[in-house]
Ligand binder design. Structure first.
Ligand code: ITT
Length: 195
């Protein structure tokens, strides 16, 4: 019988995402070690985050021996941008960035925004793909504030902590309420039951 890999791999090129997940993982007493792998993944353009996540997961099939997961996140400005940038978040971050998004807004009293995260796991012991999703709702900050976090964090105010942007929170504070932290809670629940 093949020996079980003691590692579980998070495939991501984004060190900030890894650090947030690592912080959560290190609080658990799991039989796995969490390792990062930076492999080439393929991201398709569809408005369905779960489809993007499944395609991304399948694009690394055969390259890792044990269990592995990817995470796909998006930032959605529901009012007034009808969900933009959503699945185009990476591209928009690279092109117009936070400053560009703020320039698109006329009335900051009316904004609504959310982050969604989908963790897609290939779980070797069951030879199965599994999905865990988390969302955090909030609004846009009028200006970029804070130096922690990454990506859209300086312009996002959650409903839970409306007076501080995500970029003003510590990793622990952000993880407690974030899209990633919430997807993670479901993920860890599954791992606890299945290992
Ligand atoms: P992967 O290698 O894991 O794909 P990525 O940086 O491409 O890393 P995503 O596709 O999940 O990650 O993220 C899309 C964009 O959304 C990207 O520009 C991120 O910076 C941003 N983003 C994701 N999670 C975020 C968070 O928690 N806070 C702020 N911005 C975030």
């Amino acid at each position: 019988m093949e020996k079980e890999d003691p590692n579980i791999y998070f495939v991501t090129g984004n060190i900030h995402k890894f650090n947030e997940i690592f912080n959560l993982f290190s609080k658990e007493n799991m039989k796995y070690n969490l390792k990062r792998k930076d492999l080439e993944t393929i991201e398709i353009q569809t408005t369905d985050l779960k489809k993007v996540a499944l395609f991304k997961l399948n694009s690394i099939k055969g390259q890792i021996n044990g269990s592995y997961f990817i995470e796909d996140a998006g930032f959605f400005v529901d009012t007034p941008l009808n969900g933009f940038p959503g699945v185009y978040s990476s591209y928009v971050m690279e092109t117009i960035g936070n400053r560009g998004i703020l320039r698109l807004i006329d009335d900051f009293n009316m904004t609504k925004a959310h982050f969604t995260s989908v963790i897609a796991l290939y779980f070797k012991p069951l030879d199965k793909n599994l999905f865990f999703e988390g969302t955090v709702q909030g609004k846009l900050s009028k200006a970029m504030i804070g130096s922690r976090g990454f990506g859209f964090d300086p312009i996002f105010l959650s409903n839970e902590i409306p007076n501080k942007t995500f970029a003003e929170l510590t990793i622990e504070e952000k993880n407690k309420i974030s899209h990633r932290g919430r997807a993670w809670s479901k993920f860890i629940e599954f791992l606890r039951k299945n290992s």
